[in-house]
Structures are given as structure tokens and as C-alpha cells.
Design a protein. Sequence first.
Length: 164
Amino acid sequence: MAVSELLQKYKIEYESDGQPIFKIWFEENFQQCVVESKEFLTKAANEYLQRKNPNTHTKLSGIYMFGLNATDVEKEHEEKENQRIDAFTKVIDQGSISCDTYQNLAALQPELLRDRVILNVRKRIYEEMNQKIPISILNIKNTTLASINETPDIENQEVVEEVL
């Protein structure tokens, strides 16, 4: 049986002073049990493993969060945050929200991204677009167009016979 099948619930609660309490709920002998640690998440996970398999010396090494490598969790968090920032940038670019208006909104709503974050994303997108689609200036010489008064080739009998 895999750990995920045994594990029922995990949660991080916070005390009034802001210190986290890492808790894991599981079932043992048809009773609900909980292990917790105020120090480290890994400590709670190791205690859970020890309770489920008391005859082994299984321990987690490294930083793991309920079976997930912390660096993988951090990468996923960064990716989601980048998607959130990109979505904000897209909405602001498509809508008609001025920089000043957005600054005022961000001052009222602290969870809104700051305008410098959006500016940095715009710069990153601009640089990526310049790499993928290079835009260069062409120097086109001023050429005179054929006079409008000239007869078009379609009325030229030789051209008509050649086409037929």
C-alpha cells in the first residue's frame, strides 16, 4: 500500500504568534490519528512513517513536503506565479487601465501586483518577441510609380492574344 493511500489529510496551521504547526491525519486501527511538529515538516513526516512502519528505520532525507521534493514544489509555485503575473499583464494591456489608475488600485488592494512587476513582465515579453520575431528597418528608395495615364497591358492586343 502506498503512502498516498494511507494518508488522509495534511495541513499547516498557524499559532497566534505565526509559528507553523505541521499536522498529518491518518487512520490507524480504525481510529483517526494525528502527528504534528512545530519544528519541521520533515519531522512530522518521519513520525508518520515511524508510526505506520514501526519495525523499519525509514526516514526522509532532504527537504520534502508530504512526499514532494521542495525544489519541485518551489518551481511549480514560481510557474503559477509567473502565469498569474502574465495574466495581469494581459488584462492591463487589453483594457484601458492607465498606470496611475493601476497604482491607485494596488494601493487599495495589497494583493494586487505592483506596477513594477508588470513593467518587468512587459520588458521580458518584449525581449522574447524580439528574439523570436526580429524586426528591422528597411530603407526603401523612393521610386516613381508608373503614370496612371498609361494604357494597361490588359487592353494591349498582343498581350490578350498571348494569354489566349
